[in-house]
Write a protein that binds this ligand. Structure first.
Ligand code: CMP
Length: 139
């Protein structure tokens, strides 16, 4: 089925002018950008977005990193979008990511790993609603 997922191009990637490079890999994987905006996340926004990780040892560093520069938040649409996006992103840790994936190609470290993607349809819906109004998404 054609579904949607939520993606973030992280500050390490925007800093290196890789918005186009990352988006091209997403598009070549079969995903379509149906909403996109470049934002500077606030600390509160980043803490809320990653609330599920708040007890993890890396939480504070993760929040600091995510507000260290602009990000590009996107809604992606395609056949089985969550899985399609996760396959093209590659493993969280770029050291474990397969050849040809975004993280293998571009990521700097497990923290500065260039992209985020939703891990389920349920979380995709929550994450999309966190950043986008329905009318900002044009399929
Ligand atoms: P993301 O998919 O955005 O979700 C949580 C993020 O935490 C993850 O990608 C990584 O960038 C970051 N992170 C930092 N350290 C770790 C770690 N040790 N294990 C998992 N995720 C980590």
């Amino acid at each position: 089925a054609v579904t949607r997922t939520f993606s973030i191009i992280k500050p390490d990637a925007t800093r290196r002018n890789l918005t186009g490079g990352v988006t091209k890999m997403l598009e070549e994987a079969g995903l379509r950008v149906v909403a996109s905006k470049r934002i500077q996340m606030t600390k509160e926004q980043a803490e809320g977005f990653y609330a599920v990780h708040k007890e993890r040892p890396f939480f504070n560093d993760l929040v600091s990193f995510m507000i260290s520069g602009p990000v590009v938040v996107q809604v992606l649409e395609g056949e089985d979008a969550v899985k399609c996006n996760r396959d093209v992103m590659g493993a969280t840790n770029p050291a474990d990511a397969a050849e040809g994936t975004i993280r293998k190609t571009y990521a700097e470290s497990i923290e500065a790993n260039s992209v985020h993607g939703s891990d389920s349809d349920e979380n995709a819906a929550i994450e999309i609603a966190y950043f986008f109004k329905p009318e900002e998404i044009v399929g």
